[in-house]
Structure formats: C-alpha cells, structure tokens
Design a protein around this ligand. Structure first.
Ligand code: PHE
Length: 488
C-alpha cells in the first residue's frame, strides 16, 4: 500500500516534501510510511532525508485540565454565585491538588476573595487554559507567551517529531523488482535462472548469535580460588555430601549440644532419614567423654552428652564438617603434614535479605603440621589473601567453639574506603584434635570465608539475590566478564 503510493507518487512528482503530510493525504499511518521509506532507501529506490519539527504535547496534568477544565475554573465554579463558603468546606468539594493549584491561580487572576471565607470577585470567568490546551492537543498553533505560561505550569512539553523528505534514488523504479534469494532446483530445470535477478549478499549482516553455555560468576571465582590453593600446594577435599550428621557437623568439633547454632532456627534438620546410620563407635566414645568431662588438660563442658542429638541428620552448616572428617581420617595414619581446601555449598536457616541466603558457598583452607603457631596462621592468611588482591589485612579476636585462638579477618577495601570483614579463622582446639588420635604436638590452622562475598565485590553486585537463586537474570550469566583475581 504505502510502497505503491510512494513509488507511484514519485513517478510524476520530484519530491515528497514531508512524510507525515503524505501519510495524511493518502490515509496511511505515518509509521508504516516511515518503515517503507527506510526499506526503499536501503535499496536506493529513493533518497530520504531526515526532517525534524518541534511540537508541543500535553502532559498528563495538561490532558486532565483539557478534559475537566483548569483548577482555577473548577475552584471558581465550586463557589456560590452570591455570598461565600468556608475554606474548609470548599476544600472538601475539590480534589486536593485542584484545590491547591486552583487557590493560587484564581487568587493571582483576582477572581476570588480568599480568607477564612471564600467568595467570587467577578461574575464570569473564561477557561483560557483549557481552550489553549485543547488547541495544542489538536495541533493548532498558539502564541509564544501562551506556550511559555503553559510550559511553566508543566502542562505541555516539547516533543521532537521526526519524518522524512523523499526523492527518487539511483535505483528508482515505479515498482520494486522481486529479486530471488535462492537458486532452486526448479530454476535450473526451467532454465529461468538466466533471467532472474538475484539478491546481493549482505556481508555486513550479523549472523544469528552463537548460543553456548556460560559459567556463572560464582563458578569463575571458584576456579580462580582453586588455582590459588593448588599453587600453594593444597589438596582438595571431597565435599559431595550436603547431608551430614550432627556428630560430624558439631560434636566432633567440640561444639556443645546446647549451642544455639544447633537449634532448628539456625540449622535445617532432615525429616527423612532423620538420623545417621553409622558413626565410628570408639571415636564417638572419646568425643562424648571430652564433652562431658574433658581430658587433655580441658575440663570439658560438664553436661550429659546425648547420642540421639549427635545422630540427627542435617544439611551441613559449614564445610568445617568436611575438614573434620578429613582430619579424622588423617589421624588414623602415620602422621604426615597436609594442606587441604574445599569450596562448596552450605546451608543455614536464615531469613533471606540483601546479603544473606539460606544456602551459600564456603571456601575453607587448613594446614596440619607439627608445632604450628598463630604466626603461621597469620602468615598463611597474608599469603592467601594477597593472591586475591587483598594485601592489607587486620585481625580481630573472635570465638568459635572449635578454635582457640580465633580471629576474624578484615581487609581494607579501596573502593569502599573501609575495613570489611572477609573471613573467620583459628587454630583447632586440642579437645577436637586429640580424640582423633593426632600426636600432641600437631596443630591445625584453618580459615573459612564465603564465596559470595568476594564475588559480589568483584562483580559489583550489591544484592545477593541478583547473584544466586531463582531471581537471577540469565543475561547476567551470559555477559559477565572473566575473573582474574589479584589483577586490577
Ligand atoms: N566454620 C567457620 C564458619 O562457618 C569458618 C572457620 C573455618 C573458622 C575454620 C575457623 C576455622 O564461619
């Protein structure tokens, strides 16, 4: 339709000066005309030039007044022709914004007497504002002063109208030639390929985007951290069990059974299977004993240790449960020093907010050797974190049931210009290590941190729900850059 009209018109006219006028004259939609112009221009059937016009359109407020009348006139009409009405009563009759604006404009126009009582000062008023708005709405021109006053009241805004002027192009023809896009078997059999005009290849066209899998930011950061641990000579621990018994998650770590973390408000316990099938019985006895009455220079917690509590299955609350199993296995063998790490998922019964989810990932490292000290821990932490690009560290004394001493780790964040907490660490207690059977001089230094925290900092994400879980925008995963830790 539009294409025939444009090409046909140009057969007898030199120019279409204005695409919109053309559209109106031919009862076409301007949008359609514009699309056809763009396409014909692309094939050089026509030459199109942009034209722009400033026009005025009504704002939402302007549209309301064009329909209902200006607030000043609405207010005027709400007043009794004779006598007066109290301001409160008048206010009740009108919309709050109409009342407010109406008072000020009608006052300015000297239409009304304002006081505790309000009354008319003139007999009749004309709604000039409404008339002007209706004229703008229907595309009629209005004076400069009127434009300025409507603009000042935010009843109209400027809008740039875009259209085209059009002339014949170098490939002009009154009808577009159908070009073939494919050479078919029929073309060859009939021999009509000799007459056919073929569409040219467009070497600038983009091909369909290549679809492929994408790594989630957490996986990228995890891989980098793995590399760092491997460079430092750490072995990865097997973390492929989300379900753990309370025994390995808490008891073996010398975490007392009445500790608040063992409450169902903090930990997810399993309904089925609700208890573990087996635990190493002789070791369980030693753990029970150290909780109840200590040993190895400790007084223990002096309470009645319950096997049923230790049997309860849960979703592991920290990867330290994995470290504990590994240390127990290590203690069974003739002693040799070890460095272990793990990075995997843990679960806590937390209320979800911008920085907390009920499941997240922990990074954990430990070093086990004879005669290690707190100095070794600080040294290893400096070594590890400087490879993540965090070389300014500070430590603050902390408490964990299974480590003594314990330290929270802080790093100076250059972007935020403050110290942020990045992890937790400590030396495992003798009450944990000695029942496992380690020689007395063996010490284990360990630390843990979340994978989400550094990932959010690295990728500039401030709401954890944008990073992980069902609300994540897939394009975040498709487009996020590679991760190079420690390199700015
Ligand atoms: N398990 C601790 C936590 O959940 C981290 C930690 C690991 C602390 C090892 C000390 C030693 O935060």
């Amino acid at each position: 339709m539009a294409e025939d009209a444009i090409l046909g018109y140009l057969a007898t006219h030199a120019e279409i000066p204005d695409s919109e006028q053309f559209a109106t004259q031919h009862s076409l939609h301007h949008n359609e005309v514009v699309n056809v112009i763009k396409s014909l221009h692309g094939f050089r059937y026509i030459d199109a030039h942009d034209i722009k016009r400033e026009t005025w359109v009504l704002t939402d407020e302007g549209k309301k007044y064009a329909a209902d009348g200006s607030p000043e006139v609405q207010l005027f009409l709400a007043l009794p022709p004779q006598g007066s009405i109290s301001k409160d009563e008048l206010q009740k009759k009108l919309d709050p914004s109409v009342f407010k604006i109406g008072c000020s404009q009608a006052g300015k126009n000297k239409w009304v007497e304002m006081g505790k009582q309000v009354s008319r000062k003139v007999q009749h008023v004309e709604d000039k504002v409404k008339d002007l708005l209706i004229r703008v709405q229907s595309g009629q021109a209005i004076g400069k002063d009127d434009i300025n006053s409507l603009k000042a009241r935010k009843l109209i805004v400027a809008q740039t109208w875009k259209g085209y002027s059009v002339r014949k192009g170098p490939n002009y023809a009154p009808k577009r030639k159908k070009v073939a896009t494919d050479l078919t078997r029929e073309n060859l059999q009939r021999g009509d390929w000799k007459e056919l005009e073929f569409k040219e290849y467009n070497f600038n066209a983009k091909g369909p985007p290549a679809e492929s899998g994408h790594l989630h930011p957490l996986l990228k950061v995890k891989q980098q951290l793995k590399n760092i641990f491997l460079q430092l000579g750490f072995e990865e621990m097997p973390t492929n069990n989300f379900v753990e018994s309370s025994f390995w998650n808490f008891d073996a770590l010398f975490q007392p059974q009445q500790h608040p973390a063992r409450d169902s408000h903090d930990t997810f316990f399993l309904e089925a299977p609700s208890t573990t099938r087996e635990l190493p019985e002789d070791y369980v006895e030693l753990v029970k004993h150290v909780h109840e009455s200590g040993g190895y220079g400790s007084r223990g917690y002096m309470y009645d240790w319950k096997r049923e509590e230790a049997n309860k299955n849960l979703l592991r609350t920290h990867t330290t449960a994995v470290s504990t199993r590994m240390l127990y296995a290590l203690a069974k063998q003739p002693f040799s020093p070890k460095r272990y790490f793990s990075i995997d998922r843990v679960f806590r019964n937390e209320s979800v907010d911008r920085t907390h989810l009920a499941e997240f990932h922990q990074i954990e490292g430990l070093v086990c050797d004879r005669g290690l000290t707190l100095g070794d821990l600080i040294g290893v932490l400096n070594d590890f974190f400087s490879r993540l690009g965090m070389s300014k560290l500070r430590f603050k004394p902390a408490y964990n049931p299974y480590t003594e001493p314990s330290m929270e780790i802080f790093s100076y964040h250059e972007g935020l210009k403050k110290w942020v907490e990045i992890g937790n660490s400590g030396m495992f207690r003798p009450e944990m290590l000695l029942p496992m059977g380690f020689p007395e001089d063996v010490r284990v230094i360990a630390w843990g941190l979340s994978l989400e925290r550094p990932t959010m900092i690295l990728y500039g994400i401030d709401n954890i729900r944008d990073l992980f879980g069902h609300k994540v925008d897939l394009s975040l995963i498709k487009r996020n850059p590679i991760c190079r830790l420690g390199i700015n």
